[in-house]
Ligand binder design. Sequence first.
Ligand SMILES: Cc1cc2nc3c(=O)[nH]c(=O)nc-3n(C[C@H](O)[C@H](O)[C@H](O)COP(=O)(O)OP(=O)(O)OC[C@H]3O[C@@H](n4cnc5c(N)ncnc54)[C@H](O)[C@@H]3O)c2cc1C
Length: 532
Amino acid sequence: MRDVEVPVLIVGGSLVGLSTSLFLGVHGVEHLVVERHRGTAIHPRAAFLMQRTVELFRWSGVEREVVAAAEREFVQNGAIMAAESLGGRELQWFFRNINDGVEDLSPSPRIFVTQIGLEPVLRERSADLGGELRYSSEVASLRADDDGVTALVRDRTSGEEWTVHAQYAVAADGVRSPLRHQLGIGMQGHGTFSDSITIYFRADVRPLLGERNLSVVYVVNPRLQGFFRFSIDGQAGFLVVNTAVDAEGRRTTTVGETANEQDCVRYVREALGAPDLAVEIEDVQRWNAAAEWAERFGAGRVLLAGDSAHVMPPTGGYGGNTGVHDAHNLAWKLAYVLAGHAGPDLLATYEPERLAVSRMTVEQAYTRYVTRLDPGLGTDGLMPLIDDAAIDLGYRYRSDAITPDSSADDGQDWEDPRTPTGRPGFRIPHVPVRRDGTELSTLDLVGTAPALLTGPDGAGWARAGREVAERLGVPLDVHSMGDDAFLAASGIGPDGAVLVRPDGFVAWRSPAAGDEAALGAALARSLGRPSP
Ligand SMILES: Cc1cc2nc3c(=O)[nH]c(=O)nc-3n(C[C@H](O)[C@H](O)[C@H](O)COP(=O)(O)OP(=O)(O)OC[C@H]3O[C@@H](n4cnc5c(N)ncnc54)[C@H](O)[C@@H]3O)c2cc1C
């Protein structure tokens, strides 16, 4: 048995484990990913990547490769709609083009790329950055105390066992999350409401698609509720069935328990609206549609991210995106605590920040599920729909690391990113800026260090920022912003300043010149440290 020492152990190397690895790699944090499977995803699953997720891949230097992978798999800018069947009556268009009306909100587009296409890109970049990953290996047991984490890892091929000592562990171990169970962390929310299936099939659907570019087609008719996605050549796809009328004519929410191959062919034909079409079933995956979030996002040195922390129905396409956002929030905090730039209190802000956002997102996915697919679950008490762009780009963090300003708190945990306020706790608004002749975004000015963005007359803030960063021994990037659009979007005047955390969220702002000590206190607070 060997012993390995590494600062961070990531348990699970699927979408969220790989994203955590990538983000830690960008911060230069040594880590090890242990994944039970033999390689990256073999099922498509998540495909609708929201703008914030693509922004995070941009920040990691891999946006171009991710977009190229997307273009190999799908014609981009497709629609999301509901129909009685693919060839039948169209019922509702949720998006005519997924990027309509959101192009100006971000430097990055919404894209469609499956986990099969995406994960190798993340893996390659994270390996380039030094991330270590062991496939066909599982964490068989894990013990954590005040000093660190000790995990027993088993190679599933050779049976060899070895021990990993880490300072922190990230449980990206999916919806069943053995680690969450071990920590005794329960779930809250709406529970499980369908035993669903995903049917992977081959069939020539081109005549039914016609000229339409459809990314997702919800199928809603008296016999079946679910959704389709199709391959770029129109010769294959998958159908998710959440509820259906079974062979005996009974409506069932336990399709996953009962469906055999014959049922699957029938479901695909019914959903296509093509009773005689040749359909070949390639694979069937059974899973539970649920809407829940963990009561805590970790215990001590073990932190939950992704489906281990929250599970939501695929309606809206939020599950994977929310997990990637968890990973990004967590990665910089781990990096700063491990580097000694931040106090351990910073890690305590992970839970309040991500739990509230996850709860809201789970509720939104649930509202979409009930209203689009199964109103029978009951619409009383449903959280009213929030616009997708606000869920993606407009959520708010409230924690000890954020210094509120004097603007009135409306108590709302999201805002419309089309009218950003620049308040602390929100993502820094995207504004196009030119630097050295290159078109960039304000988001590109935030790298791995906190960034102080001052108005053109904010030299006092810049000087104070540099001084206090030196005193605290932490990095700080300082940028003077002449752009009126930036000042308006950030809610500051020419002599104001905004302090942005390395994850792109506003930690503090001063609309005008003011007490420079406040900046020092805010920088320290954003890092979980006492005021200098
Ligand atoms: C049909 C469908 C469509 C979807 N579409 C979208 C979409 O469009 N957009 C979106 O954002 N989301 C979507 N989702 C949700 C998305 O797929 C999930 O939220 C996402 O894959 C979760 O990733 P994860 O890494 O947290 O968990 P998982 O993908 O479940 O990965 C957990 C990993 O941990 C490993 N593991 C577990 N225990 C151990 C252990 N002890 N040791 C080692 N390894 C371990 C497992 O092998 C697994 O690979 C969809 C889901 C479905 C079912």
